[in-house]
Design a protein. Structure first.
Ligand code: G1P
Length: 281
């Protein structure tokens, strides 16, 4: 099968940077305007042709399941009123795909969260969206761009963007050789041969940082099973991908579009202002 149909959303983290807002509400449910972050991610996956959403949750995340389900009481209350239109978008999301969930019992890092999702993914290539990286592109979403790239190259793909050198310790940072491909903008594809999780600026192999969009082939699960805890004592997807990169199976892609780091208050406010202005125009 060539097309990516499944999208994994690691959503078990605590969201400590948004306390106290995230004390009882999952950070993935914080809204930019009226829509939770996670719904933006799901819509991006649907636009890319995916129909199976696999969500790795944790304790205290039940509102995620309720969000992607019918609320009969609410439907009953607003049926036939002017407010019904507010539900149009979420209804079409629910109709367009299925949702399945598994819980990450212990927080042992992003790599561990992805491995926890294996039970929902099985033996096929899949996308990963970190919902707190909110992406926007008027014409073609980032996942749609990456899916098309996967169909051509059939290997793992990470979305990257250029960062200020002093920010390297917030990201996975990659290095590699430019791939010449006439269908893509110059220097936008890199065959990765090195990647480091959150290096200090002096140790960063480049200024290309991974943002929260990945396409992974299912052999990543075996690699993750054998990946030792790395940065912060956690099992890092960056370390597992480095193993794949060593055998030439990872491409980094400088995507077209905007990305907001909604895991930080600054990025969240920027995203809110951007979508508000977009909505008004
Ligand atoms: C994770 C990854 C990191 C990546 C980042 C993108 O870090 O570990 O490699 O660059 O997402 O947002 P986190 O933001 O979960 O600390």
């Amino acid at each position: 099968m060539n097309k990516i149909k499944k999208c994994l959303f690691p959503a078990a983290g605590y969201g400590t940077r948004f306390l106290p807002a995230t004390k009882a509400i999952p950070k993935e449910m914080l809204p930019v305007l009226t829509k939770p972050l996670l719904q933006y991610g799901v819509e991006e996956a649907i636009e890319a042709g995916m129909d199976t959403m696999a969500i790795v949750t944790g304790r205290g995340k039940r509102s995620i399941e309720d969000h992607f389900d019918i609320s009969y009481e609410l439907e009953h209350q607003i049926k036939g009123t002017a407010k019904e239109s507010y539900l149009t978008e979420i209804r079409s999301v629910i109709n367009a795909c299925t949702f399945s969930y598994t819980r990450q019992v212990e927080m042992k890092g992003l790599g561990h969260a992805i491995l926890t999702g294996e039970t929902l993914i099985g033996n096929e290539a899949f996308a990963v969206v970190l919902a707190d990286d909110l992406c926007d592109n008027e014409e073609k979403g980032v996942l749609k761009q990456m899916s098309a790239l996967y169909e051509k190259y059939k290997c793992c793909i990470v979305a990257v963007e250029e960062i200020a050198p002093e920010d390297s310790n917030k990201y996975g940072v990659i290095a590699g050789d430019v791939v010449k491909d006439a269908s893509y903008a110059k220097n936008s594809l890199v065959r990765v041969n090195d990647m480091v999780e959150k290096p200090e600026p002096k140790d960063a192999p480049s200024n290309l940082a991974i943002i929260g969009r990945y396409i992974l082939t299912p052999d990543i699960f075996d690699v993750l099973r054998n990946t030792k805890p790395g940065k912060g004592g956690e099992i890092q997807i960056t370390d597992a991908l480095l193993e794949m990169a060593k055998i030439g199976k990872v491409i980094a892609y400088k995507f077209d579009g905007k990305r907001f780091d909604c895991g930080s208050v600054d990025g969240f406010v920027e995203a809110t202002n951007y979508f508000y202005a977009k909505d008004k125009s």
